[in-house]
Design a binder for this molecule. Structure first.
Ligand SMILES: Cc1ncc(COP(=O)(O)O)c(C=O)c1O
Length: 448
């Protein structure tokens, strides 16, 4: 960690003007900056010399904790050996190794992977694979992509089109044309304070049947959902909902895509939420913890039959079967970080650790029931959403204030709308779980 003198020098030298910061209130930030300058295991160090407990694993991503030595070493080794190789018509060993390690933990039958550099790219790639797949197998009329209200699928035009966030529609207009949406599943009236999955709402999957009646199945390519919606407030699927969605997709030949960008790599207690819920999609996106967030990387994992169809119908052997890819798909540094991360998850049995800690986490979370402003608490694995009553005419302001106050108390939480979301690294200790929830408790008592 940098010493005080180094921090003073850094602060004095830093000009904040040139950078436009993503998903941030830039003016507020620049008037009172929050800079993270180093990290180790469960903690960040801030520019003003404080040690902050990371309650959100960076951003649902640093699942093994920060700056873990095996991952750092793997990246260093790879940078010295092969910094970059194009993935187009050439490739390099680490990408194949990363793919093999990844498909070793995905649901049975999902064993082919296309690498991207982010979750947003993984989503757009999955949507393109779905469209192209139907076309190569002779059902090119299947063009419509179905998302869900309150879905978040990153920031590409494909992702915001199938996503269900009103802010995107307000700002960016109609986006992709052939898109429709199912209803969301959030139902406070029936499901508030559920322990485990909500009892009510499996029937909302039938909304897909309504869309089939409207568009006809022969025009629908795929349905994309987050098994657990994160960025729109930690929304858990009602019991039986995903199973029902799976069977409606099967009935109509519609591909089911799970966006596992936040749920992947142990967050729900198994490698993927698909395994936690016992529902296997046809395609699955992932990113974030794939490399423990040390180097940007995402991926789309598909059932072997989808890959095989592209190969069988791909024309002459020298023809490119799927016209898609990124300069940095399977980048050597990312691939090396993925291999080291996947090894570390396994060696330290970190996914099992999530399942073990989950009951303690759930009890700690529900101990906040009854505190001011709290209207629901939702947990699964090492995830929690604490929904607050919004301030009149000021949506999001109360929760943002909670974030600022917790940060001052050396705990990093995250807020989406008026929901506090936490998702710590899996190496968290029970005492640190107490610290997280005790801090949130203190903050809730002081909120306007
Ligand atoms: C479900 C889901 N999909 C996609 C994304 C986008 O990932 P990225 O920010 O890496 O583009 C996110 C990001 O949080 C996400 O939660």
């Amino acid at each position: 960690m940098p010493d005080e003198k180094a921090l003073r020098q850094l602060n004095a030298a830093l000009n904040l003007d040139a950078l436009w910061i993503p998903f941030t209130a830039n003016r507020q930030f620049k008037s009172a900056p929050r800079l993270l300058v180093s990290a180790k295991d469960m903690h960040y160090q801030t520019h003003d010399g404080r040690k902050v407990l990371d309650g959100i694993a960076g951003l649902w991503a640093v699942n093994a904790g920060h700056c873990r030595a095996p991952i750092v070493e793997a990246i260093k080794r790879q940078a010295e050996t092969l910094d970059y190789a194009t993935g187009f018509q050439l490739h390099h060993p680490a990408a194949f190794q990363a793919a093999e390690k990844l498909v070793a933990i995905t649901p049975a039958g999902m064993n082919r992977v296309f690498f991207t550099n982010s979750g947003s790219e993984a989503v757009d790639t999955a949507l393109k694979i779905a469209l192209a797949y139907h076309r190569v197998r002779g059902e090119g009329t299947r063009r419509i992509l179905i998302g869900r209200e309150r879905g978040y699928h990153g920031v590409g035009f494909g992702g915001i089109s199938v996503g269900g966030m009103v802010g995107n529609r307000k700002t960016f207009g109609n986006m992709l044309g052939s898109v429709d949406h199912m209803r969301h599943t959030h139902d406070l009236a029936r499901n508030a304070y559920s322990r485990g999955l909500p009892e009510h709402g499996a029937e909302l999957a039938d909304d897909l049947e309504r869309l089939v009646q409207l568009h006809d199945a022969s025009n629908i390519a795929a349905v994309i959902v987050e098994p657990v919606a994160g960025s729109t407030g930690v929304l858990l699927p009602p019991k039986g909902y995903l199973q029902r969605l799976r069977s409606i997709c099967d009935k109509h030949g519609i591909l089911l895509i799970f966006d596992e960008v936040i749920t992947g790599f142990g967050r729900t207690g198994k490698a993927f939420a698909a395994q936690t819920f016992g529902v296997t999609p046809d395609l699955m996106t992932c990113a974030k913890a794939l490399t423990n967030a040390a180097v940007p990387m995402g991926g789309v994992v598909v059932k072997q039959g989808i890959y095989d169809t592209f190969m069988e119908k791909g024309g002459p052997e020298a023809a490119i079967e799927f016209y898609h890819g990124y300069t940095y798909s399977g980048h050597p540094l990312a691939a090396a970080a993925a291999c080291a991360s996947l090894d570390l998850f396994k060696q330290e049995k970190l996914f099992e650790r999530v399942a073990e800690l989950a009951p303690y986490w759930e009890d700690a979370a529900h101990s906040l029931k009854g505190l001011p402003h709290v209207i629901d608490i939702r947990t699964l694995g090492l995830i929690v959403g604490i929904e607050l009553q919004p301030m009149a005419d000021k949506p999001g302001v109360r929760a943002f204030e909670a974030f600022l106050r917790a940060y001052q108390k050396n705990v990093l939480i995250r807020t989406t709308g008026d929901t506090i979301a936490m998702s710590p690294p899996f190496i968290i200790e029970k005492g640190q779980i107490d610290q997280l929830f005790d801090t949130v408790r203190e903050v809730l008592k002081t909120l306007p």
